[in-house]
Design a protein around this ligand. Structure first.
Ligand code: IDP
Length: 150
């Protein structure tokens, strides 16, 4: 196990978080934001919106060609999402830890997906949330969803 450097400097990051259409439909947005805030991260931009197809395809460009790509795009277009930018110390990794594994069946209890996501057995994993997976992804995704954010 890698040990955490005790003298690590504060590293304030931003991450793009989406409450996916399953989360909005199940009215879990409040519960998800509550977990983000209780963990010490702040929401600095947020809105409810229906995404255009081009934005979803661009956001998930790395998955183009995979068998779940089309089902994933359709799922993301099936209803509005809540898009937000969160900020906090190492928040990119912190939010990924809070989300849990991609597959809700494997996501640990205590995580958003482990506690709240349900495996509905469709071709796409409906797992409530998206969070940027690296500083480079966060920068790209924030520009895509919140181009006016300084
Ligand atoms: P992440 O959201 O945990 O970062 P990614 O690998 O970036 O996972 O995949 C993006 C999204 O695509 C996932 O959140 C999930 O909704 C869906 N997905 C990923 N892998 C699969 C799969 O093997 N089958 C079906 N859907 C998948």
């Amino acid at each position: 196990h890698a040990r955490r450097d005790k003298n690590v400097a504060t590293l304030v990051e931003r991450s793009l978080v989406l409450v996916k259409p399953d989360g909005v439909k199940r009215a879990l947005t409040g519960a998800i934001i509550d977990r983000i805030e209780r963990k010490g991260m702040r929401v600095i931009a947020m809105d409810l919106r229906s995404l255009p197809r081009e934005l979803v395809e661009e956001h998930y460009a790395e998955h183009q060609g995979k068998p779940f790509f089309e089902p994933l795009v359709s799922f993301m277009l099936s209803g509005p999402v809540v898009a937000m930018v969160i900020e906090g110390h190492r928040c990119i990794e912190a939010f990924r830890t809070l989300s849990g594994a991609t597959d809700p069946v494997k996501a640990a209890p205590g995580t958003i997906r482990g506690d709240l996501a349900t495996d509905v057995g469709t071709t796409v994993v409906q797992n409530l949330v998206h969070g940027s997976d690296s500083p480079a992804s966060a920068e790209r995704e924030i520009k895509l969803f919140f181009p006016d954010l300084a």
